[in-house]
Design a protein around this ligand. Structure first.
Ligand SMILES: NC(=O)c1ccc[n+]([C@@H]2O[C@H](COP(=O)([O-])OP(=O)(O)OC[C@H]3O[C@@H](n4cnc5c(N)ncnc54)[C@H](O)[C@@H]3O)[C@@H](O)[C@H]2O)c1
Length: 266
């Protein structure tokens, strides 16, 4: 696989899964744009990538704001002149992490849908005109296994990730005539800042996890729900994405693919 000279925007690319995806694409020599709310971490990540020998830049972008992401796209075009790959990775667990449906507040539903769903649509709408003109492009939307089947304590998050899978299908059909592939990736359980912040809350919904800190909840869940009995890593997600954005995957579009150690067999 060869991604040399391809320009890839990774939203939420400063840390966690987004950073891991960037690291794998760097190995294939793609140029990486780290687009994130967190300016300092995005700058550090972009300079780490540049130190690995690929062109890289950071842009401060809030995917919930169309103006913000449109400005970022203009900055990327000014530097590189083309955009070949968009990884819609930015996502949140909700405004306050995990809650049952009855405990979810308006702000949880708004945060999950504003970032996880509308954020993907905003970035896609900002980048797809460029790809349509190029008659080439690859878009990857990060969903979740929670979008395959609703999980307790994650109603707003699960519903938003199911919407990502559905949105992926709709846009794949719309953009296919322009030679643009659109696919979703559904990660399983990955130890990232997101899990660190919200994992301990799971104990509120399942006595098995009572009193455990986030990392122990995470480790126990790996044994409980992952047939391969190991956690997934950002590199695992990046490895699938490197294939999906390469020409080897030119006939794959509109699909959602799990990277979850066998947790969901559909
Ligand atoms: N960690 C997991 O187990 C897991 C599992 C399945 C799916 N996912 C999904 O993978 C993606 C990345 O998750 P993660 O665990 O790395 O999360 P994370 O919280 O560790 O990192 C998310 C990144 O997105 C950025 N971000 C948040 N809101 C943004 C916005 N409005 N605009 C731009 N950037 C924004 C944050 O600054 C951060 O750098 C998310 O879509 C998440 O839902 C994660």
């Amino acid at each position: 696989m060869e991604l040399k000279d391809r320009v890839a925007i990774v939203t939420g690319g400063a840390t966690g899964i987004g950073r891991g995806i960037g690291e794998v694409l760097v190995r294939y020599r793609a140029a990486i744009v780290v687009a994130d709310l967190d300016a300092d971490t995005a700058e550090r990540t972009a300079s780490d990538f540049a130190a690995m020998g690929v062109p890289s830049m950071a842009v401060v972008a809030d995917v919930t704001k169309p103006d913000s992401i449109e400005k970022s796209v203009a900055d990327v075009l000014a530097r590189f002149g083309h955009i070949d790959i968009l990884i819609n990775n930015a996502g949140v667990a909700g405004a306050r992490g995990w809650h049952t449906s009855a405990d979810s507040r308006e702000e949880d539903w708004i945060a999950a849908f504003e970032v996880n769903v509308k954020g993907i649509a905003n970035a896609t709408n900002a980048v797809s005109p460029v790809m349509r003109t190029q008659r080439a492009g690859k878009i990857i939307n990060i969903a979740s296994i929670a979008g395959r089947e609703g999980r307790p304590a994650l109603p707003h998050y699960s519903a938003s990730k199911a919407a990502v899978i559905n949105y992926t299908q709709a846009v794949a059909d719309e953009l296919a005539p322009f030679n643009i592939n659109v696919n979703a990736v559904c990660p399983g359980l990955l130890w990232t800042p997101m899990w660190d912040q919200v994992g301990h809350r799971y104990a509120r919904f399942n006595p098995r996890y009572e009193g455990l800190p986030s990392r122990q909840v995470f480790d126990t869940m790996i044994q409980d729900v992952i047939p391969l009995k190991r956690e997934q890593t950002p590199e695992d997600i990046g490895n699938l994405i490197a294939f999906l954005v390469s020409e080897d995957a030119r006939n794959i579009t509109g699909q959602a693919i799990n990277v979850d150690g066998g947790a969901f067999l559909r």
